[in-house]
Design a protein around this ligand. Structure first.
Ligand SMILES: CC(C)[C@H](C(=O)O)[C@@H](O)C(=O)O
Ligand code: SF4
Length: 472
């Protein structure tokens, strides 16, 4: 019978179907971070249990660590140091691999896992972090779990999971210059709502996906959770294979050939059926930006803050009015008239080398507008080294950006650093909820190129106005 990619990944890991309809799933890799992983490790050890296969468990310091140059264990958030030090101790005790604060490979989990070849096509990978879905971009079944499930997975190499339904989203056509994976996912969420993917494992497919590089696919899958999906997957192809070859944890020697045979079988068979299928024509898409407090509040950068949709119910009215008020915007206001206080390029959504290159292409030879504070936080030490080797750090700093050490940083007000009260931020991150980036922060989600263009303009701006050939 024709099977979907998800079905193949699921059945290859299903140990047993349980009586209540759940399944016992074999877990190949567990990734942790100091914010939730430390809790799982400590609880496991206080229960007297060991990590069953320490060689398959990894942990990174990313959420709370400072991203200021010269950092150590001290953090801006008072309790941070304790999290960092207990994570270090618990990781040592458990014998798992820790990417410590200033490790050569330290970075955001969802950036370093692909970068080091830890996530691979056909594997199951879990992490107590909702953006684990990013890693489905390589053809893995990867999803976010809670701390107690992380304990279960570490102790037993298994998890009990309810099987999600299946959805395929087909992106057709070709993307115009300046339109990126970030714009695709914002468009999808705006069109079908932030709950549109609820209960589904989504396969992203179509010629647009085949043409995206692996890093852009990671950006797309990263925000599947903002669409409320269980996770997202993309069939591995030659780009995935080329990306993984030679990476530290990728198979080598004879194992490489065997892995390729398996990876090449990981695609939805012709005729496989999905519980839901969506088709999107991308040829006319423009760069997107959010105006409100949900990722579904996204529209084209050339547009205006929308009116409440006709026919919206009372709850929608109240939510929209609240979003207008919180964000300090009015229906009908052109998005490009919104002056920004800050620009942030970073996070597991958009802090990879290709993201930094796209932003640098806009910033090169230009200066951030007066009064705008701009920060770039590479996603990993590897990204930072590569960027510095290419001279991108100079482009960022010459434009007036701060250049930081890797980590989650101001994606999330957990590290204790923010741009300040009620600041309006053009940001390459994935969440724009109230207070997400600090007290009353006003976050406008966009691609790195759009954030860079906005930093230069001093207001939300269209990156296409800054592409090659356009006046500076
Ligand atoms: C702290 C962590 C559990 C959280 C998540 O699960 O996503 C964070 O990474 C976030 O992005 O909000
Ligand atoms: S970068 Fe942001 S979204 Fe990603 S894991 Fe860190 S806090 Fe979560």
């Amino acid at each position: 019978m024709a099977k979907t990619l998800f079905e193949k990944l699921w059945s290859d890991h299903e140990i047993q179907q349980l009586e209540d309809g759940d399944s016992l799933i074999y877990i190949d890799r567990v990734f942790l971070h100091e914010r939730t992983g430390s809790v799982a490790l400590e609880s496991l050890s206080s229960d007297g249990r060991a990590v069953r296969t320490p060689g398959r468990v990894f942990c990174s310091m990313d959420h709370i660590v400072d991203t200021l140059p010269g950092r150590g264990d001290d953090t801006l958030v008072p309790a941070g140091k304790a999290f960092i030090q207990s994570t270090r101790q618990a990781s040592r005790q458990a014998g798992i691999h820790l990417f410590d604060v200033n490790d050569f490979d330290q970075g955001i989990v969802h950036v370093i896992s692909p970068e080091l070849g830890i996530v691979q096509p056909g594997c199951t990978l879990v992490c107590p972090d909702s953006h684990t879905c990013s890693q489905g971009a390589l053809g893995a079944l990867a999803w976010g779990i809670g701390s107690s499930q992380a304990e279960h997975a570490m102790a037993t190499n298994t998890l009990v999971v309810k099987k999600p339904r299946s959805m395929r989203v087909n992106f057709h056509g070709t993307l115009s210059p300046g339109v990126t994976a970030k714009d695709l996912i914002l468009h999808l969420i705006a069109r079908y709502g932030a709950a549109g993917g609820s209960g589904y494992a989504i396969e992203f497919a179509g010629e647009v996906i085949r043409n995206l590089d692996v890093e852009a696919r990671l950006t797309l899958c990263n925000m599947a959770v903002e669409f409320s999906a269980f996770t997202a997957v993309i069939a591995p192809d030659q780009k995935t294979i080329d990306y993984l070859q030679g990476r530290r944890y990728a198979p080598s020697g004879d194992n490489w050939g065997a892995a390729l045979d398996y990876w090449c079988s990981l695609h939805s068979d012709p005729g496989a059926t999905f519980d839901r299928e969506i088709d999107i024509d991308c040829s006319e898409l423009a760069p997107c930006v959010t105006w409100g407090t949900s990722p579904q509040h996204a529209c084209e950068i050339t547009g205006k803050v929308p009116d409440i949709a006709p026919g919206a119910g009372d709850t929608d009215h109240a939510t929209w009015r609240r979003a207008y008020e919180y964000m300090g915007v009015q229906a009908g206001q052109p998005l490009r008239s919104l002056a920004i206080d800050a620009a942030f390029i970073g996070s597991c959504t958009n802090s990879r080398i290709s993201d930094l290159r796209q932003a640098a292409a806009v910033l090169s030879g230009r200066r951030v507008a007066e009064g705008v504070r701009a920060i770039c936080v590479p996603g990993s030490q590897g990204v930072k080294r590569q960027a510095e080797a290419e001279g991108l750090d100079r482009i960022f700093m010459d434009a007036g950006f701060e250049w930081r050490e890797p980590g989650c940083s101001m994606c999330f007000f957990a590290g204790g650093e923010s741009f300040g009260f009620r600041q309006r931020i053009a940001t390459s991150t994935n969440r724009n909820f109230e207070g997400r980036q600090g007290p009353e922060s006003r976050s406008h989600l966009a691609s790195p190129a759009t954030v860079a263009a906005s930093a230069i303009a001093g207001h939300l701006a269209d990156p296409r106005d800054y592409l090659e050939g356009k006046p500076a």
